[in-house]
Design a protein around this ligand. Structure first.
Ligand SMILES: [Fe+2]
Length: 191
């Protein structure tokens, strides 16, 4: 008898866990390995969405695809009306585009986080992501990112540590400032 093949999600979770172990939980170190681990999820994203769990969210069509004590996968369908101003997650995170396009920016913090409400940011990576591409954000404090959705019916899979943080910092990159917002307060900004 042969061993049962893991599902695409179980295989991706297993491969992502291996990437995280190899990189000391900084997936920006090996982007090609991240792409390889997550690539099998790109094609079946809509079928995965149909079987995923609903979640309270700022997005209309976003579901919980997978979680374990360390790892979270979300699958979401978003439109250009949904924008992500510069914010953090207190964690590394990965955006895998499955369909459509996204303008993605990842920022590094240049200041020493010694002044509440102030943050000096520099762009590390800025790209238009297409299906199969990943935008990767390093662990804190260099976990600031922003995005604009360029096409209707853009699909993405978000990979991050579990659980999701309730409060995030939202940055004004030009002014060099930030404010804390809860998930509910962020709803107005993210809508
Ligand atoms: Fe984010």
């Amino acid at each position: 008898m042969t061993a049962k093949e893991p599902t695409p999600i179980a295989a991706a979770a297993r491969d992502m866990a291996a990437v995280l172990a190899r990189t000391e939980h900084d997936p920006t170190r090996t982007p090609a390995d991240v792409v390889a681990a997550l690539a099998p999820l790109v094609a079946p994203h809509e079928a995965l969405f149909d079987r995923a769990m609903p979640r309270p969210t700022t997005m209309e069509r976003s579901r919980l695809l997978y979680f374990d004590p360390d790892l979270l996968f979300l699958v979401s369908e978003i439109d250009p009306s949904f924008t992500g101003p510069a914010h953090n997650h207190w964690a590394w995170n990965i955006l895998l585009i499955c369909a459509g396009r996204m303008h993605f920016r990842w920022y590094r913090r240049l200041d020493e986080q010694s002044e509440i409400g102030r943050a000096r940011l520099e762009i590390v990576d800025e790209r238009i992501l297409h299906a199969g591409d990943v935008g990767i954000v390093a662990p804190p404090p260099h976990d600031v990112h922003s995005f604009e959705v360029l096409d209707a019916h853009t699909w993405l899979i978000t990979v991050a540590p579990f659980p999701e943080p309730a409060v995030r910092e939202f940055y004004d990159v030009t002014m060099g400032t930030y404010v804390n917002r809860t998930f509910d307060e962020a709803r107005a900004v993210l809508a």
